[in-house]
Design a protein around this ligand. Structure first.
Ligand code: SAM
Length: 266
């Protein structure tokens, strides 16, 4: 393992500022709900479509590297009894805790996201109901380190029915072998036959979160598909999004976004 590289990544995250990260990625112009040509609605559409198939369901869903965000869990919440958020940093776990428990006082305002997801799911669900349902299901917010063979620090029994992860593995891995190892580590949390939905950055080398400048391992479509295949998955769906010039706003050098739905061998 590239222990020096992993240690350097861990150090760089110590100045990660959740509020700056949210401002850069989860406010306009990237969070513009008027069209799926914008990055945020594109991601929400990928997740809504994947869960609408009805194939992905069960008792437990784990989100790997939740960060300070919950958008990635909105369409999942109808299909699982329990949704587990995880992050390496206490500041991010605190941000999620605040949204779940503090009745939105001081927490980031996810209401435009929840309203948008209710709209695109088309089930006529009132957004406040979805918000309450997700909060109720988020009973655990756990520390995680994807570079450990046991990322949660203990063996999960029974393993999760599904995993979600957004912009985590490529953003915490110093190189491709480290990404692959992290993918194999988190795969131990998933039951055979379970589903993994991952969203991430294409061909990105860095992003900013306040004072922190985080290195990212640049990934292409073929790399991602290969990593999943080598970790014992069958790729069920892959989509990509080209970052339009209007959304290249100096907070990273991301060229696009990928979405992959992969299923672990039974
Ligand atoms: N999932 C969120 C999203 O979609 O915007 C946040 C992604 S952010 C780019 C990367 C996240 O990985 C951060 O929340 C960071 O704290 C977390 N992280 C850093 N090191 C990690 C590690 N070793 N294991 C798991 N997560 C880690």
């Amino acid at each position: 393992m590239n222990a020096n590289g992993v240690a350097a990544v861990a150090k760089s995250y110590q100045t990660f500022n959740p509020r700056a990260y949210l401002q850069n990625n989860y406010m306009p112009p990237r969070a513009n709900f008027t069209s799926e040509e914008f990055a945020v609605p594109w991601k929400l559409r990928c997740l809504a479509d994947a869960f609408a198939t009805g194939d992905i369901h069960g008792r437990t869903l784990i989100d790997i590297g939740t960060g300070p965000t919950i958008y990635q869990l909105l369409s999942a919440c109808d299909y699982f009894e329990e949704i587990v958020a995880t992050d390496y940093l206490e500041v991010n776990r605190a941000e999620i805790y605040s949204w779940v428990h503090d009745n939105n006082v001081g927490a980031f305002d996810w209401s435009p996201y929840i309203q948008h997801v209710c709209r695109i799911e088309g089930k006529g669900e009132p957004w406040k109901e979805k918000e309450q349902k997700l909060k109720k299901k988020m009973t655990k917010i756990l520390p995680i380190d994807v570079h450990q063979p046991n990322p949660l620090g203990y063996e999960l029994s029974p393993p999760a029915n599904a995993l979600v992860s957004a912009f985590c593995l490529e953003a915490v891995s110093p190189d491709r072998p480290s990404f692959d190892r992290a993918l194999r580590n988190v795969t131990t949390l998933l039951k055979p036959g379970g589903h993994f939905l991952m969203i991430g950055a294409l061909e990105e080398s860095f992003y900013l979160a306040g004072e922190a400048k985080l290195s990212v391992v640049p990934m292409k479509e073929a790399d991602i598909k290969e990593s999943f295949a080598n970790s014992g998955y069958r790729v069920r769906n892959f989509r990509s999004y080209d970052m339009p010039p209007s959304l290249k706003i100096g907070v990273d050098d991301v060229q696009g976004i990928f979405f992959i739905h992969a299923q672990k061998s039974a």
